[in-house]
Each structure stands twice: as structure tokens, then as C-alpha cells.
Design a protein around this ligand. Structure first.
Ligand SMILES: Nc1ncnc2c1ncn2[C@@H]1O[C@H](COP(=O)(O)OP(=O)(O)OP(=O)(O)O)[C@@H](O)[C@H]1O
Ligand SMILES: [Mg+2]
Length: 310
């Protein structure tokens, strides 16, 4: 089982059309044709969007994304137009809103991996490959790969897991030129981000990017020229990436998750009374787990950006 324990209703804002409610973010279109992305405080674990929110999470992750977009701006243009809260929107949208240029999205989840775990590890254990790329013997859960890999996936339907695909399959789907652009941009961004995170005591094990092409009129966004590759969605947040505390890194076992370890540990402990392999939705989180998790997001923000979360 998976899904929302309680699916929230989108806010009604004059001039905005609600397009989509994701696990964490709500998406609207404004009157100019730009996208308005609003990151909620929702969190997910074991394929469930939990019934308890983590205060500040959406704001911290939005600010982190914006910070990363800036760190990467010399490598690739991004879709951010502004962080202005649309008129008539809830005051609570402050700090969690990104107005973005609407792009022609490329339907590939552009994953970069520097370390072996998750679906990559599963494939490696079957065939010594990840996304069809051959790897040396002897790697284990959490091992650093000989070099970062572009391991694309195709977006699954709601509730399904993304499916890893080979580079050749991506080239068939989007064309050889676009596939090459995606791989080159994904690896360049990953390497920049990995090095920044590593200096700050955090291992960026893997991460996912989405890209689109800038289109003709481009709403109110300027910057990228027509047809140029643009970095979209959120970037390098704990929701789109695996961050591991470097001082606890120890290949051969699952690595602790920077942000969600308290949540996972509690949900799988007898205290929660919940069976994560069963049919029942997860219970609400207790206040101390919420607070510890909120503190982890704030710490991730502080460590990565060097700025206090206030
Ligand atoms: N600049 C952009 N132009 C057009 N679409 C975009 C842009 N940036 C992101 N998107 C799309 O907006 C959507 C954001 O959805 P969101 O990530 O909240 O939910 P989801 O992808 O359906 O599910 P999940 O919660 O698992 O990520 C995605 O479909 C993403 O591809
Ligand atoms: Mg998404």
C-alpha cells in the first residue's frame, strides 16, 4: 500500500489554476502562463505521505533549492523567475513559493550516482551493472563508485516506482543529441554539488534532476534562449537526493539518512505499532520525532549553505 494518508485540498487563489498535487509540492499556473510551485511541509516515508507535517520543511527545502540553483548557474540556466507570493495567496506561502518558467519538459528522470545503494544496488547484485553500465566486482551497499554515473529513469505512474533505463533507451526516446546533453549536464552538476557537499561533511550519494527546453514566449522569464536546456523542478534537496553524514559513512550496510532517519526508525519500531509491509496507513508522528526531524532539515540547510536557518 502507498499514497496519501490524508490528501490535502489545494488552496484556491484568484488568478491561479491548480494543476497538480504531488507528494510534497502543489503546482499552479498563473495568468502569465508561468508555473507556481509551492512546497508544503508534507513528508513521505515507505511510499506513504505521512499524516503529520514537519514544520518549516517546505520553506527550508525551497531555500535550499534556490541556493543550489545559484551555485550551479554558471553550468546551466534554471527555471526560477521569482519567489514572489501571488496576490491573494495564503500568507503561509512566503518562503515556500517559486514562480518558474514553464518549460517543455524532457520526460527523463536524470539521476546521477556517485555511490551504490537503492535500486542501483539491487541491479548490481543481479548483474554487476547499473542501468546496464558494467561495474567492478566487490562493491557493496554504500560503496563509492569508480566515477559518477548517469543512471536515467522514466517517470512512473502515481504510486509506482520510477524505472531505471539504459542510456540507449533514453536516446531512443528523446533523440541522441538530447540524451547526450542530459548526461553531460547531469554529471557536471552532480560533480559540482558533490564537491560542495563533501567540503561541508555531507556525502551526496545520488540525486535526480529534471530538465526542459525553454520555449518561445517563455512567460515573464528571461535568461535562457528558445530551445536552450534549462534545469527545472527542485534541485539537490533531501527529497530529491540521498545525503549521508560523511562521518558515519560505512559501506556494507544501509547508510543513515540525513533527514529521515528518526522518522524511519520510529515507524519501524514497536513504539509506532505499525507494519510497514502491511496494508494499514502509517500513524501520526509523535512531537519529539517531528522536532528532531525539523532540526535535521535546519542542520542540512546550515551545513550546506553555511547560513543559519532562522
Ligand atoms: N519549469 C517547469 N516547467 C514545466 N513543468 C515542470 C517544471 N518544473 C517542474 N515541472 C514538473 O512539475 C511537476 C512537479 O510535480 P511534483 O514533483 O510535485 O510531483 P510528482 O513529480 O508528480 O510526484 P513526486 O511528489 O513523487 O515528485 C513534475 O511533473 C515536474 O516534471
Ligand atoms: Mg516530482
Amino acid at each position: 500500500m502507498s499514497g496519501f494518508v490524508e490528501k490535502p485540498d489545494p488552496a484556491q487563489v484568484p488568478g491561479l489554476v491548480h494543476l497538480h498535487t504531488g507528494k510534497v509540492r502543489d503546482l499552479y499556473r498563473n495568468e502569465t502562463g508561468d508555473l507556481v510551485m509551492v512546497a508544503s511541509d508534507r513528508t513521505s516515508a515507505y511510499d506513504w505521505v505521512l499524516p503529520t507535517e514537519i514544520p518549516d520543511k517546505g520553506r527550508i527545502l525551497t531555500q535550499l533549492s534556490l541556493w543550489w540553483f545559484e551555485q550551479l548557474a554558471d553550468i546551466v540556466p534554471n527555471h526560477v523567475i521569482s519567489t514572489d507570493v501571488p496576490e491573494g495567496a495564503p500568507a503561509d506561502w512566503e518562503g515556500r513559493t517559486m514562480v518558474c518558467r514553464s518549460l517543455r519538459m524532457i520526460p527523463v528522470e536524470c539521476v546521477a550516482r556517485g555511490y551504490l545503494t537503492g535500486s542501483g544496488l539491487k541491479e548490481y547484485e543481479r548483474s554487476r551493472t547499473v542501468c546496464g553500465l558494467a561495474l567492478p566486482e566487490g562493491l557493496t551497499d554504500g560503496s563509492e563508485l569508480p566515477g559518477p554515473l548517469f543512471t536515467p529513469a522514466t517517470k512512473a505512474e502515481v504510486g509506482e516506482h520510477d524505472e531505471n533505463v539504459s542510456y540507449e533507451e533514453v536516446a531512443r526516446q528523446v533523440g541522441a543529441d538530447t540524451a547526450a546533453l542530459l548526461r553531460q549536464a547531469t554529471l557536471a552538476i552532480y560533480q559540482r554539488a558533490r564537491d560542495i557537499a563533501r567540503e561541508r561533511g555531507i556525502i551526496l550519494a545520488d540525486t535526480k534532476f529534471e530538465f526542459g527546453f525553454a520555449e518561445g514566449k517563455g512567460g515573464s522569464g528571461d535568461g535562457a534562449a528558445e530551445g536552450e536546456l534549462v534545469l527545472a523542478d527542485e534541485v539537490l534537496t533531501p527529497d530529491s537526493s540521498r545525503f549521508w553524514p560523511a562521518d558515519q559513512w560505512q559501506p556494507g550496510r544501509p547508510q543513515p539518512s540525513f533527514d529521515k532517519q528518526f522518522v524511519r526508525d520510529w515507524l519501524t519500531s514497536p513504539a509506532s505499532g505499525w507494519d510497514h509491509n502491511g496494508e494499514q496507513p502509517p500513524p501520526p508522528l509523535p512531537p519529539e520525532i517531528v522536532e528532531q526531524t525539523r532540526a535535521k532539515y535546519a542542520e542540512a540547510y546550515r551545513l550546506l549553505t553555511g547560513l543559519p536557518w532562522s
